[in-house]
Each structure stands twice: as C-alpha cells, then as structure tokens.
Ligand binder design. Structure first.
Ligand SMILES: O=C(O)[C@H]1O[C@H](OP(=O)(O)OP(=O)(O)OC[C@H]2O[C@@H](n3ccc(=O)[nH]c3=O)[C@H](O)[C@@H]2O)[C@H](O)[C@@H](O)[C@@H]1O
Length: 840
C-alpha cells in the first residue's frame, strides 16, 4: 500500500521532474552535477572499479573511435550527432495533435568506397540498441546496409536518420521466418537481450535464437556471406571461473528462467560452428558482456538504464539481492569497434567483447547515485533466480587476435548515456511492464493513467483479463456510439419534416403573393387606363400627400381633383367653400395613438418631414372607441351618441379598416381564385369622389350605393359593421349572393340593400340549398366558407366562429316571408329570428 503522504510527495516529485531533468542536463554539459573528474589526459575510473586485466586506469578521454585498419575510424562527435537528443527537423507537430512529416532530409557524409570495397551488409536487429550503433558505423564507413527488425525491442527512431539514404534499407521482418537477400556480410543481432525482455516470452526467445540463427546461417550459406553471431557472456551462466576466458564451457541451469536466452545462445553458437564445419560458412562469434550507452530504452530493465533513470527521477535505486554480484560494463562504441574488427579479421573462434572494469552492483549503484543525485536512496529487493554472481571478461583473445581493447572509461560512457537520456522519454517512463516485478509498496508513483496502450501484464491471466476488459470497453463504446447515431438520425428526420412543412408553407405563401401581385398590377393598369380615358393626371405615388405635394399637383390638375382628395379625406366629407388643404397633425405621445407603420410615427427618425396626414387619419370618431390592447382592436358602443364626450384621440381608424378590408380581400381572391371582374370600378366610382374604403367593398352594387348615399351614413361605423359581421360563404367574393351580412346592416342601412334581391335570394331554392348545406356542414362550400372579414379571425377561430354563427341561423322554412319592400316596415325582416342577410 502507498500511504497518502507518500502519494503527495510523489505528486510534487512528478511536477518538478521536467525542471530537474533540464537542470541536470545543463549542469551535466558544464561537468558539475555528476562530479565528473575525468578530464582529458587524466586517469579516472571513479575509484570503484575492482580492477583487472585491461582496466581503465590511465585512460585518456576518447575523441575518436574505430580502427583505420578496417576503415571504421570516426570522430566521436560525428557519432554523437546521430544519437544526442535534438528537436526533430523532419516534422512539424501541430496544436490539434497531428504531425506533418517533411521529406527533405540531409544525411551525414559517408565514406566513398570503390564498388569492390563496398559491402552489402545485413544487420538483423539493426533497429535495436546495439544494432543501431553498428548500423551508424557501417553507414559512415560507406557500406550498403540492410536492417531487418521486428521492432519488438528495437524502434524505427533508432535508425530514422538513415531512412531514405541510398545506401540504406529497412525491412520489418521477424528473423524466425526465412528471408532471402543477396548480401556479403551478416551481423546477426536479432534477439531480446535484457532479462525482463527475453523472459517475457521464453519460447519465442528460444525460437528466435535457434530458428533465427538457422535462417541466417542458411542465408550465409547460400550467398556465401560472412556470418557474425552476437553471442553473450550468459553462455558462461553463473561462472565458476573468473574472469571468464572463451575456453570456459560455462555453468548454465538448462531449465531456469534465464535458460531460454543462455541455452538459446549456446545452441546458436553450436549451430554456427556446425554450419562452418559442415557447410563452410565463414563465421565469427562475439560473446558480448554487459553493454550500455545512448538509445537504451528507459523500459529496457537492465541495470545501467534502470539506475540512471531512477537517479534522475529521484526514485529509489533498486538492487536485486545483496548487491555483491559483479558486472563489467563496456560502452557501446567499444563493442561496435570490436564487432567490426571481428567481422573483418580472420579469426573464427569465439571472442569476448567486454570491458574488464568490474563493479559490484552496490558500488555501481552508489557511483551513479553520487554522480547524479546523492540523496537518492538505495533499496534492496529479492534476488532474481540464477543471477550470475560475478562476471568479468578475459579479453586477451580480442587484444591478441583483433588488436581490440575497450577505449572508453565507464565514467565517460555514463556521462554520454546520461546526456542522451531524453527528458520527455523519462517522464513518459512510468508503470512499465516490469512494475509487477516489484512490490506494490515500492511503487514511488501513483501516477495518473497515460493515454494509449496499457503496459503489458507479465502473467497470461492478467493479459487475458486486460483483453476482456478492453473488449468490454470497446463493445460499450460501440453501443454508445450507435445509440448516439440513432438519436441523431431521429432528430435529423424530425428537423427535415419540419423544414419540409415550412418550405411548403412558404411555397404556398409565395404563390399567394405572386397572385396578389399579379392582381394588383392588373388593378393599377386598369386604373391607369381609366385615368387616361378620362384625361386624369395620376399624381406621383406617395403614402401621404403633404401640403407641398398637393400644391404641386394643383398646378397640373384641375382644382376639383384636389378638392375631391381633401373632401374624401375629411371626416364629414363636406368641404365649405374653397379647397381646404389638410393640416399637419400635431405630434402626439398619447398611448392611444395607433401608427400603422413604426416609421410613420412622428418621433421616428425615419419619418418623412415635413409630413402631413390627411385629416381622416387623425379624426376623432363619433361613437367609436378604438383601443389598442395586446394588438387587438375592439370597437364598441356603436350606438353611443355623438353627444357623449370622448377625449380626443389620435386614432387612425380609417387606415386600420382600410388595411383590414384589404387583407380580407386579398385572402378571398387568393383562396378562391374567383374571377375579379366584379372588382372593376364602376362608373360611379370613377366619376364621383368617395372614401377609398368603399373601393374595397367586394360587391359593385354595394359600392355604388355607398357612394350614392355617402352623406347619409357614418362611413367608419358602416365599415366597422362590415368588418366585424360580414361572412363570406365561398364562391365569387364579388358576387353578393355569396355573402351573409349582419342583420343590423340590413335594418339600419336599408338604403344600401335591394329588397327585390332580398326576396329573390331568400325565396330561391339556391339560397335554401346553400343555407341547408351550411347548417349541415356537408357541402364543399363549407370547406372554404369564409368568415367574418375581421383580420383577427385566424383559421382556428374561424371554424368555431363559423359553426356558432350558422348554428344561430334558423331553418329556412321558419323565416317570415318578406311582405314589404319598405325599409320602414320591420316585418320585412325576420324579427324574432335575428338572422343576417346577404347584401344585395
Ligand atoms: O547488458 C548486457 O550486455 C547483458 O545483460 C544481461 O545480463 P545481466 O547481467 O543480467 O544484465 P542486467 O539485467 O543489467 O543485470 C545486471 C545485474 O544488476 C542487477 N540489477 C538489475 C537491474 C536492477 O534494477 N537492479 C539490479 O540490481 C541484476 O540482478 C544483475 O545482477 C543479459 O542477459 C546479457 O545477455 C547481456 O549481455
């Protein structure tokens, strides 16, 4: 269990790690943090080496590596360019999490070799830690290199700086499977080398060692290539001889956890020499001792990378066992030198390649701790099984036959390795697949989960459980996604239906407007023709003719025209004497004022100035009380006498009525598509000046009468009665037969109706049939039965209004016969039934 205090401390540690690493790097460059005492020309082995043959005492700081004799010599700085961490220049990482790769690439210069000197070299495992350094050197030497790797422990990043080079090829291939290629040399490195890696899948490790080596030896046999096997110090097992010479046969537990690797390499050596003896394959065998250097993965699990990372992160250094076991560590460039020398020298016996600088693991841990972070604690964990107690190479053979000895001190190698640790990689390196090797108590971090693949559990059961969990999560995600999709589709369908409905409504409205437009154009044309016929000059269009305009018009038209206009606009319709030009109304702030258009309001900045409405727009209406409430305009108290004192109102009743009538008429004409000849102006309309509202009364007969008797009635009251009470029964709206009007209209304004028509209509079978149909709600006519003209009546109200309206009508046979044409004779009208009659 990790206690909460420790978690808190660890969280702080994590936050400061990036800073800490950067500081370390900085100070490392200036040689301070690690207390590095190794200077050029100064002997140094850190004082911890157990010493031995070929020790590093007195070693100079290395600046050049390789051997001229085989052409592998190169400056260390050149190699450093290939592995020192730097910002990648071949890509641009974008803020949205995408990356653009740039193809333009420059490579380090490689040696120019004659064709006869240039070798085609296959490096199996060439993308791994050791393999990639070998590839760098072979490339710089001017050879053609083919890297084969299955990327189990290797990465493309290790060799990416050569990808695209004409001398370089990269093949993703598992060496367990046969591979055909024409080559001159084969460096066979492919096999995981770190104990946690090779013990992860022991069977695969054995297959890789055995089948991989057979495949490569077969290839060498066929192509007559020279074959170099990278064997290991592990073939000596837990050695009883110290230091280990190549002649020592080893001490290996064939059934232990390390056997897959130890025995695999031993059989690989057996196979190599079998092919040599049996098939004349030109072979080399290198027995590699513990090696470290740049490009070691933070997840490698071997002691050098583990200790460096732990020290850099301020974690406990983990020593397996008592720490008295020894190892000899060599820097990777020395190993690569040895491998190239071995390949190119004529020596077929196995050769140890290692640095005899020997350390106990405890000493090595303290050395790294003291040089990186002295406060870092060291912790002992249980020993791993079959862990060799000591290991140190006898490199006499390498010195004698190859002229090779390790050049790098462990200190210099460590400096370079630490310098090359990528801080980002270190921070990412938490909870690796090997965490299970440690007790839970030893987990320094309870780090937040990182996105991406989970670490691979070590046990098969845990892997299965992880797979099951992943599959379940995937299923759930899929189901959620499908559900979301279904809902989206449903919503889109609903939206589509609504949009289609709206589109249809717009279409039909557009069609109505088109017809209305056509009709209005026709009307204007007709009016123009009439005006031409009667030599009337049409004044320019203006919603309100002001004083100036009227004076202007008066210059070109007869004075009677102006007089007519003013007369029509005056409330009484009577002018006294000379023409009375309308006066400009006083601006009002009364709440009762109704402005048809906001722009026409006196206060509006858009109001045309000077502007003067005709008087009829601002008159006070006798007996009429118009209120504006919730946009509803109600007219009440028709019968109030003129004597009743009403406060003066700036009410535009005439304009409102005009608009109501106009809207209603538009509706009729667009819905019924009836012929409109009935709306053509009558002779009286053309000849006699009259209130413009009369022009909107649908029946010509009624219009004429209204003009004739316009001095006898109150136009406002009459129009209001029509607007509120007239009902359209369908058919041609200009046909008086198609209208029902309020009873009041017939009784009060009897002179506007025709008694003979009344008789004819009521007594006619046609009227009876119509009314019967209306009452029974059967006729198609009912479907487009119209309604009170009032624009307030929407469709929803129309039906109920209509029903109530016609239900109040008695059966036709109960009506009293009209026995007189006299308007004064009230028996002429169905008194008791109180039902309205259509206008004549
Ligand atoms: O590096 C190498 O060249 C060699 O590494 C391994 O050999 P081994 O000596 O077991 O390598 P490490 O895992 O680095 O272990 C070295 C010693 O350090 C100890 N160790 C390792 C890791 C750690 O965190 N703590 C720790 O005490 C191990 O128990 C062992 O005693 C491989 O088995 C060899 O094939 C290979 O040649």
């Amino acid at each position: 269990m990790v206690d909460s205090e420790q978690i808190g401390n660890n969280a702080e540690n994590t936050a400061g790690q990036a800073d800490m690493l950067n500081k370390l790097k900085q100070s490392l460059k200036s040689g301070n943090a690690l207390n590095v005492s190794a200077k050029e020309g100064e002997a140094s082995n850190g004082g911890n080496a157990i010493g031995g043959q070929g020790g590093n005492n007195g070693k100079k700081r290395v600046t050049n590596v390789g051997h001229k004799v085989v052409g592998s010599d190169v400056e260390l700085d050149t190699l450093r360019q290939l592995y020192l961490p730097k910002d990648p220049t071949d890509r641009i990482v974008h803020d949205d999490g995408t990356v653009s790769f740039i193809h333009a690439k420059s490579f380090l210069p490689v040696r120019m070799l004659r064709a006869s000197e240039r070798q085609r070299i296959l490096v199996t495992g060439g993308a791994g830690f050791v393999g990639s350094h070998l590839v760098d050197r072979l490339m710089l030497m001017g050879h053609e290199v083919i890297v084969m790797d299955n990327f189990f422990t290797g990465t493309k990043t290790n060799v990416q700086h050569w990808i695209g080079h004409p001398h370089f090829d990269l093949v993703r291939h598992d060496v367990v499977d046969p591979f055909m290629i024409e080559v001159n040399q084969i460096y066979h490195l492919a096999c995981p080398a770190s104990p946690p890696h090779y013990q992860y899948n022991p069977t695969k490790t054995v297959k890789t060692s055995v089948m991989g080596t057979i495949n490569m030896l077969g290839l060498a046999k066929r192509t007559k290539a020279r074959f170099l096997l990278t064997s290991t110090s592990e073939v000596y097992g837990d050695p009883e001889e110290h230091p280990q010479k190549e002649t020592y046969w080893g001490h290996v537990n064939p059934i232990g956890p390390r056997a897959c690797y130890d025995e695999g390499k031993r059989i690989a050596e057996t196979l190599t020499y079998s092919y040599m003896r049996q098939n004349d394959v030109d072979v080399r065998v290198a027995r590699i001792f513990n090696t470290f250097g740049p490009r070691m993965s933070p997840a490698d699990g071997r002691v050098v990378s583990n200790f460096i990372i732990q020290a850099l992160k301020g974690e406990q250094l983990t020593i397996y066992g008592d720490g008295q076991q020894t190892r000899s560590f060599q820097y990777v460039h020395d190993l690569v030198d040895g491998l190239i020398l071995l390949m190119n020298k004529n020596f077929t016996e196995p050769v140890n390649l290692g640095n005899p600088e020997e350390y106990s693991i405890t000493d090595f841990a303290e050395m790294i701790r003291n040089r990186v972070s002295p406060e870092t604690p060291i912790k002992n964990l249980p020993a791993t099984m079959d862990d060799p107690k000591k290991r140190k190479p006898d490199v006499t053979r390498a010195i004698t036959y190859l002229g090779w000895r390790p050049a790098f001190s462990v200190q210099q190698g460590l400096e370079e390795t630490i310098e090359c640790m990528d801080p980002m990689q270190l921070l990412m390196h938490q909870n690796t697949m090997y965490d299970d090797d440690f007790d839970q108590d030893d987990q320094d971090f309870n780090s937040p989960k990182r996105p991406g693949r989970k670490p691979m559990p070590t046990s098969a059961a845990a892997r299965k459980a992880q797979n099951r969990e992943a599959q379940r999560a995937f299923r759930e995600r899929k189901e959620r996604h499908l559900k979301d999709m279904e809902e989206t589709v449903k919503k889109l369908r609903t939206d589509r239906r609504a949009t289609l409905r709206q589109r249809d409504a717009y279409k039909s409205r557009a069609e109505q407007l088109r017809i209305q437009n056509w009709y209005l154009k026709g009307l204007i044309l007709t009016l123009q023709l009439v005006c031409m016929q009667h030599k009337v000059v049409i004044p320019p269009h203006s919603p309100f003719l002001n004083e100036d305009a009227l004076c202007e018009i008066a210059k070109v038209v007869a004075p009677e025209v102006i007089e007519s206009y003013v007369k029509a606009a005056s409330p009484s319709g009577i002018t006294k004497g000379d023409v009375e030009l309308p006066v400009k109304p006083e601006p009002t702030t009364s709440n009762d004022a109704i402005y048809i258009d906001e722009d026409m309001a006196p206060d509006s900045p858009y109001s045309p100035a000077p502007r003067m409405e005709p008087n009829w727009q601002t008159q006070q209406h006798k007996g009429t009380n118009v209120k504006q409430e919730d946009n509803n305009i109600s007219t009440t108290d028709f019968n109030n006498s003129a004597s009743e004192q009403q406060p003066p109102r700036q009410v535009n009743l005439a304009a409102i009525q005009h608009i109501k009538l106009k809207i209603a008429m538009d509706e009729f004409f667009t819905s019924t598509q009836s012929p409109t000849t009935g709306m053509q102006p009558t002779i009286l309309q053309l000849a006699v000046t009259h209130d413009p509202r009369i022009d909107l009364v649908p029946t010509a007969y009624m219009r004429d009468r209204m003009i004739l008797f316009q001095d006898l009635y109150d136009i406002d009251e009459l129009v209001e009665t029509l607007v509120q009470g007239a009902a359209f029964m369908g058919g041609d709206p200009t046909d008086k037969m198609c209208w029902l009007v309020p009873r009041e209209l017939v009784t009060k304004y009897w002179y506007l109706a025709s008694a003979s028509h009344d008789l004819n209509v009521i007594g006619s079978p046609k009227a009876q049939a119509r009314l019967a149909a209306i009452r029974n709600n059967e006729s198609n006519m009912v479907a487009h039965m119209s309604v009170p003209i009032s624009p307030r009546a929407d469709m929803g109200h129309q039906n109920s209004n209509r029903r109530e309206y016609f239900e109040s009508i008695p059966p036709i046979n109960s009506l009293s016969p009209m026995d007189s044409m006299s308007p004064s004779n009230q028996s002429f009208y169905p008194q008791q039934n109180n039902y309205p009659l259509p206008p004549r």
